[in-house]
Design a protein around this ligand. Structure first.
Ligand SMILES: Cc1cc2nc3c(=O)[nH]c(=O)nc-3n(C[C@H](O)[C@H](O)[C@H](O)COP(=O)(O)OP(=O)(O)OC[C@H]3O[C@@H](n4cnc5c(N)ncnc54)[C@H](O)[C@@H]3O)c2cc1C
Ligand SMILES: NC(=O)c1ccc[n+]([C@@H]2O[C@H](COP(=O)([O-])OP(=O)(O)OC[C@H]3O[C@@H](n4cnc5c(N)ncnc54)[C@H](OP(=O)(O)O)[C@@H]3O)[C@@H](O)[C@H]2O)c1
Length: 465
């Protein structure tokens, strides 16, 4: 068995051997944080390049990017704090520009040689002494003291559960947003798009330019946030985490209402919640296309009969294609389910990163922000890096548990109950709270003499292979 990471450049004496799964935007942010701290690591990436979801037609088969995908979080919101996107980029760049940016990030900080491409992690289990046994595609086994998981959470398509009655014999084509490429499949077709998230908005708009009919079916209403207000990308409007959330919520909801009026005005379902209580649906184009009669809002699908789609409000439509924009499952195929899993998308971690029972596994980018993931993954990577070196110490187990429970309770109280609202955070609030916790944790570390964490102690959650 190889020890892995033994030839890491600038490896600190006594520093742990670290494995990172995934070189998407989260994995590379974590890799950079370890690299600059001199912690040796091996980053395993299934694909032949970095960027994950942002690589159109990615060789890993996991990307949901479509030909005309543009980011919906603005460039300043999405870029890493120490590596701005080029000035030539627009506010909302195309996926090709985003993928190129991630490639440039890796080269700029100089850790490409630590990424093993076309090398998937097949299985990750804990030995009796707590170390990680990592089995790679092809069968090679490596051993590590710590594992950073950055395998993404938007690649395992969630189809309607259960399937709608009659779906198995629907005469037309059914696909999930994950496999949507471009609107050529809609030419002169009658198309039903299901969902009210960002995939549904983009795909309905794209269909509306070429389809004979486009129906947008929904089971719940959402507040549709424009991409721009007051001439600025909407996420560039100041959002001070020190101002109580309720006040910010009222102001933003008022702003959306004054921009577009209530969604019901467009024939869309009335949201059963206030702004900020569901993952944001951002679209500068959907209301325009509805108001031009090119998209017809419908209720949820009730059933299929031949080529007819029946909706729950009693209406029906003939359809050739149905696109399910019904979200994704959080999945870790390399863990035994009893070790780590996320049934119904639920996974309880300390601040979305630290596992309460396994001291040497850390999750990067496993959150759904009101805002972009990248700067949050960057902060998480730095946080874990400090922890591995003993520069940050966690609170005690009781405090950790209490924090997790309080966080879960707050999320349940605030958000609409849905499998899409299990890992939510507010961008600015999360960063603010993380900075505070890192200060507290560095005080704790100082008090204990900067002792590195006991990563490899066995725990109840050990599975020897
Ligand atoms: C259509 C769409 C549009 C989006 N738009 C935005 C946006 O505008 N702004 C925003 O902030 N977020 C957006 N997101 C969210 C998206 O999750 C993030 O942008 C980003 O891709 C998260 O990066 P990641 O590294 O966590 O995951 P991914 O990008 O999914 O990368 C995960 C990487 O891990 C690798 N991997 C997985 N399993 C293994 C394994 N077993 N072994 C080795 N390697 C493995 C994969 O090959 C991949 O490279 C969007 C999501 C979708 C689906
Ligand atoms: N341009 C962009 O940048 C862009 C484009 C696409 C996606 N994204 C991102 O990608 C991620 C995934 O977005 P997504 O839109 O694919 O998924 P999503 O946000 O999870 O939305 C899923 C939608 O499907 C509905 N739904 C789920 N199951 C259903 C069922 N059985 N019957 C009827 N409706 C059902 C949900 O309704 P409920 O709310 O009732 O559960 C919700 O409206 C998000 O982070 C999103 O921001 C970004």
């Amino acid at each position: 068995m190889s020890t892995g990471a033994e030839n890491g450049v600038g490896r600190l004496e006594g520093a742990p051997r670290v494995c990172i799964i995934g070189a998407g935007s989260s994995g590379i942010a974590a890799a950079k944080a370890l690299h600059e701290r001199g912690i040796a690591f091996d980053c395993f990436e299934k694909s032949d390049r970095v960027g994950g979801n942002w690589v159109f037609a990615n060789k890993n088969g996991m990307s949901a990017a479509y030909r005309d995908l543009f980011i919906n979080t603005s460039r300043p919101r999405m870029e890493y704090t120490d590596f701005p996107m080029p000035d030539s980029y627009p506010d909302f760049p195309h996926h090709t520009q985003i993928a190129a940016y991630f490639e440039a990030y890796v080269d700029h900080f100089g850790f490409r040689d630590r990424i093993e491409f076309e090398t998937g992690v097949e299985h990750a289990s804990r030995e009796a002494d707590g170390t990680w046994r990592i089995e790679l595609e092809g069968g090679e086994i490596r051993s590590y003291d710590a594992l950073l998981v950055a395998n993404g959470h938007h690649w395992n398509a969630r189809w309607p559960e259960p399937a709608f009655p009659g779906a198995e014999s629907f005469a037309g084509e059914q696909l999930h947003a994950h496999s949507y490429i471009d609107n050529s499949i809609f030419e002169d077709k009658r198309v039903v798009v299901l969902g009210m998230g960002n995939s549904a908005m983009d795909i309905a708009v794209e269909a509306s330019y070429v389809a004979r009919e486009t129906y947008l079916a929904a089971r719940s209403g959402v507040w549709i946030i424009p991409k721009y207000v007051f001439g600025k990308p909407v996420d560039q409007i100041p959002n001070d985490p020190r101002v109580p959330f309720k006040i910010r919520q009222r102001m933003i909801q008022q702003m959306i209402r004054s921009y577009a009026g209530p969604p019901e005005r467009y024939g869309l379902p009335k949201p059963g919640h206030r702004f900020g209580e569901a993952h944001p649906t951002i679209s500068g184009r959907i209301l325009d296309r509805i108001q031009h009669g090119t998209i017809q809002p419908m209720a949820n699908i009730a059933s299929f009969e031949g080529s007819t789609v029946h909706f729950v409000d009693g209406r029906s439509a003939e359809a050739d294609v149905v696109v399910y924009c019904t979200g994704y499952k959080i999945t870790f195929p390399f863990f035994d389910e009893e070790l780590v899993s996320a049934p119904e998308n639920r996974i309880e971690l300390y601040r979305r990163v630290f596992h309460p029972e396994i001291p040497n596994v850390f999750f990067i980018g496993l959150l759904q922000p009101l805002g972009a993931i990248m700067p949050l993954a960057e902060a998480q990577g730095a946080w874990v890096g400090d922890h591995l070196l003993g520069d940050y110490a966690l609170p005690g187990p009781a405090e950790l548990e209490a924090d997790i429970h309080a966080d879960q309770a707050a999320m349940r109280a605030r958000y609409v109950a849905s499998k899409r609202h299990t890992i939510q955070v507010d961008f600015d609030d999360y960063l603010h709270a993380l900075a505070k916790e890192r200060r507290l944790g560095s005080e704790r570390a100082r008090a204990s003499g900067f002792r590195p964490p006991a990563l490899c102690r066995p725990s109840a959650a050990t599975t020897a292979s």
